[in-house]
Design a protein around this ligand. Structure first.
Ligand SMILES: NC(=O)c1ccc[n+]([C@@H]2O[C@H](COP(=O)([O-])OP(=O)(O)OC[C@H]3O[C@@H](n4cnc5c(N)ncnc54)[C@H](OP(=O)(O)O)[C@@H]3O)[C@@H](O)[C@H]2O)c1
Length: 265
């Protein structure tokens, strides 16, 4: 994925995180990236780094092969309809990041038979730590690899079926917010028991990173690692059980299901 030209159509929060991640990899040719939005003011820093910025979606599509559409679900289909005459099935790969918009809907808006992918990254793309769930009906191995390798440059990828894309949105993309709220609560607790906010934040963020790495590197179940730190009659199990009595796991699961139902609607 070194030579394809990439257009990010609708470079808002997520689009900018992806671009920042690509910039920081230092291995992605920035001259191959075009970013679009109507108000270009907050893309000026990218322009200084060699990225093309424009409000003209059609020219961005014409000059690129991989088209990452990072528009909101409410206008993605109308914008795709507007630019459909510029989309060439023999040249372009379309990747939609929009929550809740199916491949069939995108196909209908473009009105052509062409390779369409849906991808669900998260804003940790900014630091190349996104997990991106990808689905497509495209069977072409080379194009599959192109899309995968693009998102691998900002983290890791998982291939899933389209019917799981909304679930992927909840635990992958909304998940960033859940985890950040958890971190914030831990910092608040740390301050109450004696640390200043800055020190509490350093301890908590590294603890969360360490806990994740334990699971990623050792491929263990969380409860296995929890058992190691819960001494009988000790302070960890006392705190954990108090959290559970107050609905800790239940609140998280119910929140996840509520987010999911909201997308389904
Ligand atoms: N944020 C996440 O964590 C996340 C994660 C996974 C997927 N998603 C999905 O990613 C998509 C984008 O989310 P977001 O949070 O990045 O939204 P966002 O910040 O609102 O970004 C969308 C951008 O599209 C631009 N835009 C609107 N109309 C346009 C047009 N006609 N031509 C070109 N640009 C246009 C807007 O800028 P202007 O007003 O300046 O044009 C805006 O900055 C959504 O569909 C969402 O479901 C988000």
């Amino acid at each position: 994925m070194k030579n394809e030209k990439v257009a990010i159509i609708g470079a808002g929060n997520l689009g900018k995180s992806i671009i920042q991640g690509l910039i920081d990899t230092k291995s992605f040719p920035l001259k191959n990236i075009t970013a679009t939005k109507r108000n270009l003011a907050d893309l000026k820093d990218f322009e200084e780094k060699g990225i093309t910025i424009t409000s003209d979606n059609s020219s961005a599509v014409e000059g690129s092969e991989l088209i990452i559409v990072a528009l909101k679900p409410h206008n993605i289909l109308s914008v795709l309809e507007e630019i459909s005459s510029k989309i060439n099935p023999d040249k372009h790969i379309i990747v939609s990041l929009a929550t809740g918009i199916s491949i069939a809907q995108i196909q209908k808006s473009i009105g052509k038979d062409l390779p369409i992918y849906r991808a669900m990254p998260n804003t940790a793309a900014d630091v190349q730590e996104s997990v991106t769930c990808i689905c497509s009906t495209d069977l072409d191995k080379e194009r599959n690899e192109t899309v995968k390798s693009f998102f691998n440059s900002i983290g890791s990828t998982i291939q899933i079926n389209e019917d799981l894309m909304e679930a992927a949105t909840v635990i992958g993309a909304c998940g960033i917010a859940y985890v950040l709220r958890f971190i914030r609560a831990m910092i608040q607790g740390g301050i109450e028991i004696g640390f200043d906010a800055n020190t509490a934040s350093k301890i908590v963020t590294q603890t969360v990173k360490g806990a994740s790495e334990l699971l990623i590197q050792r491929e263990q179940h969380p409860e296995f690692e929890i058992d190691k730190v819960t001494t009988p009659k000790g302070c960890t199990i006392a705190g954990l059980n108090e959290m559970e009595h107050n609905g800790f796991s239940s609140a998280l699961i119910r929140g996840i299901v509520t987010s999911y139902k909201k997308i389904e609607k």
